[in-house]
Design a protein around this ligand. Structure first.
Ligand SMILES: C[S@@+](CC[C@H](N)C(=O)[O-])C[C@H]1O[C@@H](n2cnc3c(N)ncnc32)[C@H](O)[C@@H]1O
Length: 236
């Protein structure tokens, strides 16, 4: 039996997870903090406009880093905006890919500039764990539209897929002003998009499966860019 020993303010330790809500149902008392006056009895209630009066009064159960506790969503987005990376992510969504939520959550964690959804506008938000509220998202109906945007913004497109002739991601030098483009389960990155990319990078595999999950691939590729270009002193 799995046990949950994650103990945060107001949370219980050593809970059996068999009959407990999963991470997407985290609520007050699981990852959150109580009202400001209970958490900080010796400190005055902040009057700064970044703070949300309701959260200060009732507590903050959102899945945000401690530095953003009690902040309004707008203040959090503005703060991330002040230090976003010159990395953009795009994922093709012609068949309603189920991995987009994971990609958005990871992009948020790495302070990616914007996540671009190409094709269908609708996507399953569950895996995003509400991080889409803090992440810039942009829809493009076609790959052509995305490519026009990249030209305007001076972004170099790098496709990520494991098709013949790929450059190994492990040794590739990724551009600083970069858009990493991912494909969907099944078809992978469209030919049209791969043709427009400066290169297609593959992640080395050693087992039997043809490919890894697109959300996992996106996490690996984003972290590769982070290792090459981010200032780690800016990380939490
Ligand atoms: C599940 S894959 C499908 C396509 C894959 N080309 C195939 O032959 O089955 C979906 C997406 O995940 C990413 N991906 C999965 N495994 C990868 C790998 N080893 N290297 C680079 N990208 C990968 C790519 O963006 C790909 O388009």
């Amino acid at each position: 039996m799995r046990t949950n020993t994650n103990k945060q303010a107001g949370g219980a330790a050593d809970l059996s997870t068999a009959d407990q809500p999963g991470p997407t149902e985290w609520g007050a008392g699981r990852v959150g903090v109580g009202p400001w006056r209970e958490e900080h009895p010796d400190q005055p209630v902040p009057q700064d406009e970044r703070y949300d009066p309701t959260l200060l009064a009732e507590g903050d159960s959102r899945n945000v880093v401690d530095a953003y506790r009690y902040w309004t969503r707008e203040a959090i987005v503005a703060d991330i905006d002040s230090r976003r990376h010159s990395l953009h992510i795009a994922i093709e969504n012609f068949e309603n890919d189920a991995n987009i939520g994971t990609v958005v959550r990871t992009a948020n964690a790495f302070a990616v500039d914007t996540v671009h959804i190409v094709g269908r506008r609708r996507w399953n938000r569950r895996g995003a764990m509400v991080t889409d509220r803090y992440q810039h998202l942009q829809h493009h109906a076609t790959v052509d539209d995305l490519l026009a945007y990249c030209r305007e913004q001076g972004l170099t497109v790098v496709a990520i897929d494991n098709t013949p002739g790929c450059v190994p991601l492990e040794t590739a030098k990724l551009p600083r002003n970069c858009l990493l483009l991912f494909g969907q389960e099944g078809p992978g990155v469209s030919e049209e998009a791969q043709d427009a990319a400066v290169m297609t990078c593959s992640i080395a595999q050693f087992g039997s499966t043809r490919s890894i999950n697109a959300g996992v691939a996106a996490g690996i590729a984003m972290h590769t860019w982070i290792r090459q270009h981010a200032d780690l002193n800016d990380a939490w």
